[in-house]
Design a protein around this ligand. Structure first.
Ligand code: GUN
Length: 293
């Protein structure tokens, strides 16, 4: 069994980004710049955004964190995005989701300039992805593709089962795995909450991507011997014995599934780290387009 180690794979991606950035800086160019917007103080969102900012520093990017209280009105938030769209020193904009109920996520996403949409959530980027045109790929599916590439997991002609159809992970993942790409060309089954025979379908998967947000959902009896298992789950589960009072749990029952799998991502230390690698790649891509290199 191969452990698909997010620390190792993301370090390799980050090293290549850093090297490219160092050359640009040595040639007198400005640093790539990511602006992150965080609304409220959701614990998980705080952690993710802090990690994104820290990783920017590690590869030589500039970052800005713009915070709003959870009762910020939608117009104020949209105006801040418009200001960042017009700021030529900013390459990438991300608004951490979820947002408070009174703010329309769709409106927020559509206000971000598609050229700075490093999350790849704007309908223009989502549409380009569907048509196989160059676009920003949502960071988590992008990170998973980078993980498959790092470990040279063969995908052509394989049956990939994706569980979960979110715009952030499942749906773009299903499109990438079915696309004519070096680590694509799968036959894809996209399962969701209304799939009646999910266990049977999952059992047929040569590759299984679990992205439904239910801890331990994928059990050994749902997995084919020798399958490649990608666990996108990152649910906080209360645990009084843990220092922080919770543990991060994946969507896969790791120990029992690992015993059958050819390769599997751990949680934590798997896909989460690759998401950041995907985001950094997108930010570098936005920067290069912006300065014309
Ligand atoms: N919330 C959960 N995942 C993501 C992500 O990839 N980007 C943003 N902006 N918010 C998220």
């Amino acid at each position: 069994m191969i452990l698909l180690d997010g620390k190792v794979a993301s370090a390799a991606v980050k090293e290549s980004i850093k090297q490219e950035t160092d050359v640009l800086l040595a040639n007198g160019k400005r640093a790539p710049h990511l602006a992150a917007i965080l609304v409220g103080n959701n614990g998980a969102s705080e952690t993710y955004v802090a990690s994104k900012v820290k990783n920017c520093e590690e590869v030589g990017f500039q970052s800005s964190l713009i915070r709003f209280d959870s009762d910020v009105d939608e117009e104020t938030l949209l105006n801040q995005i418009i200001q960042l769209n017009n700021d030529t020193s900013v390459d990438g904009i991300l608004v951490q989701l979820p947002l408070p109920k009174h703010i329309s996520e769709a409106k927020v996403i559509e206000t971000i300039s598609p050229n700075k949409d490093v999350d790849g959530f704007h309908p223009i980027n989502a549409g380009k992805l569907v048509q196989g045109l160059p676009s920003f790929i949502p960071a988590t599916p992008y990170g998973i593709m980078l993980m498959l590439e790092h470990y040279n997991i063969q995908t052509k002609g394989k049956h990939a089962v994706v569980i979960g159809r979110s715009n952030i992970v499942g749906r773009p993942m299903s499109i990438l795995l079915s696309s004519n790409l070096p680590y694509g060309n799968c036959t894809v089954t996209l399962c969701h909450s209304h799939t009646p025979n999910l266990n049977e379908l999952c059992l047929q998967g040569d590759i299984v991507v679990a992205a439904l947000g239910r801890p331990g959902f994928v059990k050994a009896e749902m997995v084919k011997e020798g399958a490649v298992i990608i666990d996108v789950g990152i649910t906080r589960v209360t645990d009084e014995t843990a220092k922080k009072g919770f543990r991060i749990k994946g969507d896969v029952a790791f120990d029992e599934v690992a015993a059958k799998a050819a390769a599997i991502t751990p949680v934590p230390g798997g896909v989460g780290l690759m998401t950041i690698a995907g985001l950094l790649k997108n930010t570098l891509q936005a920067y290069k387009a912006s300065i014309g290199v």
